[in-house]
Write a protein that binds this ligand. Structure first.
Ligand SMILES: NC(=O)c1ccc[n+]([C@@H]2O[C@H](COP(=O)([O-])OP(=O)(O)OC[C@H]3O[C@@H](n4cnc5c(N)ncnc54)[C@H](OP(=O)(O)O)[C@@H]3O)[C@@H](O)[C@H]2O)c1
Length: 241
């Protein structure tokens, strides 16, 4: 692990597995202070136990849709002196198995959009002062479903489209760098839940996406929507972020 004299601070929502966990590990390896959460506290702590003793990862179990939990996250970030990077990663597919719109209740539809877009956006807004203190970067994790229309992906796609919009509006209003990033398919629990009958071994691991995400953050490209596969890695990937 590299330890910086003035470590940067990141908050990654949904850091107990998949892309979020890989981001937490990589940022920690690079000497960042990292705050993360997930609803299942046992899994969150279990999957972070092998980090080096000197790592400064703060794992706070909770649901990003819970205002009290978000308040605790904001307080912790304030204690750390502000936020350099906010990654809005926590998400669900909505009710499983995924169903066509005509088979969903209004509550299921609203809960899915509120859980992914509303909750993450509320946290972003509540962290405005902490982001401004460090000229921080916001990354909303998106999906191709935010712009394409796949059968049974309606609530999830709508939630991701809303999050894209809210993140980029936040960037326009604050002047902070704000990105919506489509990571592409990854071999994770979410991918398996979406395709329960498929062998997903051919999907790339989240570890292939993280360097591209962090390259985007380090390069401070103009705010906007990006696909991870389009983000080029610098020649020496180890010098980014
Ligand atoms: N995997 C793909 O192929 C793919 C493709 C395109 C986009 N994405 C996006 O990439 C991101 C990561 O996906 P992934 O595949 O890594 O997902 P994943 O394996 O299902 O992990 C999701 C993480 O978010 C946490 N989480 C979910 N809801 C939460 C909430 N309300 N509050 C706090 N934590 C919450 C989960 O823990 P708990 O369940 O314990 O809360 C878990 O740590 C998501 O935004 C997803 O939409 C994924």
């Amino acid at each position: 692990m590299t330890r910086e004299l003035n470590p940067k601070t990141a908050l990654v929502t949904g850091g107990s597995e998949g892309l979020g966990l890989e981001l937490v590990r990589t940022l920690s390896d690079r000497g960042w202070d990292v705050v993360t959460d997930a609803r299942n506290g046992d899994r969150l702590h279990a999957n972070l136990t092998d980090l080096p003793a000197r790592s400064r990862v703060r794992a706070m179990p909770g649901d990003v849709a819970d205002a009290v939990h978000r308040g605790l996250l904001v307080d912790l970030v304030a204690e750390l002196g502000g936020l350099d990077l906010l990654v809005l990663n926590a998400s669900t597919l909505g009710p499983l198995p995924m169903r066509p719109l005509r088979d969903l209740t209004a509550v299921e539809l609203g809960d899915t959009i509120r859980g992914t877009a509303g909750a993450n956006a509320a946290l972003m807004i509540e962290l405005t002062d902490q982001l401004l203190r460090r000229d921080g970067v916001v990354v909303g994790i998106s999906s191709d479903a935010a712009v394409e229309h796949y059968e049974t992906w309606g609530p999830y796609g709508a939630a991701k489209a809303a999050l894209d919009h809210l993140v980029q509006t936040f960037g326009a209003e604050t002047g902070l760098a704000a990105y919506a990033v489509d990571p592409g398919d990854m071999r994770t629990r979410m991918q398996q839940d979406a395709f329960p009958d498929e062998d997903i071994a051919d999907r790339p691991l989240p570890a292939t996406v993280v360097p591209r995400l962090l390259a985007l953050v380090a390069q401070r490209r103009p705010s906007g929507r990006y696909r991870a596969s389009d983000i080029e890695l610098p020649a020496r990937e180890d010098v980014v972020a």
